[in-house]
Ligand binder design. Structure first.
Ligand SMILES: NC(=O)c1ccc[n+]([C@@H]2O[C@H](COP(=O)([O-])OP(=O)(O)OC[C@H]3O[C@@H](n4cnc5c(N)ncnc54)[C@H](O)[C@@H]3O)[C@@H](O)[C@H]2O)c1
Ligand SMILES: [Zn+2]
Length: 259
């Protein structure tokens, strides 16, 4: 399997990297695998008896802003403080060495690819980004950077002064402003169009079953572009016919396949 994966990567001249929360685990970040996994990472949610799906709901910004910002504020500070593991850098070096370069598609909201030096014009953050904010009341479609927020007080909308929230797609979320992600998608589609003749390899890391956005995306592009899919996941490593499964942690797998 490793030899196959290595050969695919060697022969590829374009790399599509897709990633779920498992990509960040080797940097010390929690994934939210299952209710117990989420509760291990957020004991406060356990005390309240709230699952990830229940807590990651925009209604808390209206019903209990302190609770909402306790959860998202903690995550924002955690992701700001995290250093991407070596695998990110090795992957970037590999991707940059290819004739047609790379694109990243991730459901992570943590900004770790940008932090590791990946070009922000080559990343789709399909569920948005915690480093960006929007108005809770959607008074306008503005999305702005959270970099000036120290979180000593709850972030506010500069236009109408009501509460701000992360520009993240939550569960049951009708107010998420999708413009930024939509624009990223347009760039990805243009790239996929431009590299139509390329030998594309898809490398997927740490994408789970519970919110299968990333897995479905990887499988869909593999089919449509007749590309090889390499799925890296220490547990959820089942793959469709024709794809390669590496049952390893992201960092280990990158070490092996980038050698
Ligand atoms: N860092 C983040 O931004 C973050 C973190 C947790 C959840 N989320 C959000 O929650 C949802 C969760 O879905 P998900 O599938 O990304 O996460 P998930 O927590 O449901 O699943 C994580 C997956 O990563 C795998 N994994 C665990 N350790 C790994 C490692 N060391 N290397 C590689 N893989 C490993 C697990 O087996 C699992 O399949 C998404 O919508 C996402 O937006 C984001
Ligand atoms: Zn507003």
């Amino acid at each position: 399997m490793f030899e196959n994966a290595k050969e695919i990567i060697l022969k590829a001249d374009a790399i599509l990297i897709s990633a779920g929360a498992g990509m960040g685990v080797d940097s010390g970040l929690p994934d939210f695998r299952g209710r117990d996994g989420f509760w291990r990472a957020y004991p406060m949610a356990k005390e309240l008896g709230l699952s990830f799906e229940e807590l990651a709901n925009p209604r808390w910004f209206k019903d209990d802003p302190n609770l909402a910002w306790k959860f998202y504020g903690h995550r924002l500070l955690l992701y700001r403080d995290t250093t991407p593991h070596d695998g990110f850098y090795k992957l970037l070096e590999l991707a940059n060495s290819k004739k047609y370069g790379y694109f990243v598609f991730t459901s992570n909201v943590d900004g770790q690819f940008q932090k590791a030096g990946f070009d922000s014009d080559k990343i789709v953050e399909v569920h948005g980004s915690i480093h960006h904010l929007q108005c809770v009341n959607r008074c306008c479609d503005d999305i702005w950077s959270a970099k000036n927020e120290n979180l000593n007080s709850h972030p506010k909308c500069p236009k109408c002064n009501s509460l701000a929230r992360p520009n993240i797609l939550m569960f049951g979320d009708w107010e998420w402003i999708e413009n930024r992600t939509h624009y990223q998608y347009q760039k990805l589609n243009q790239w996929l169009y431009d590299i139509d003749k390329a030998n594309l390899a898809i490398l997927e890391f740490g994408a789970g079953h519970s919110v299968p956005t990333v897995r479905m995306f990887s499988e869909d592009i593999a089919r449509r572009k007749n590309a090889k899919l390499i799925r890296v996941n220490p547990r959820d490593s089942d793959v469709p016919n024709g794809a390669i499964s590496l049952s390893l942690k992201a960092k280990e797998a990158i070490d092996v396949i980038c050698k």
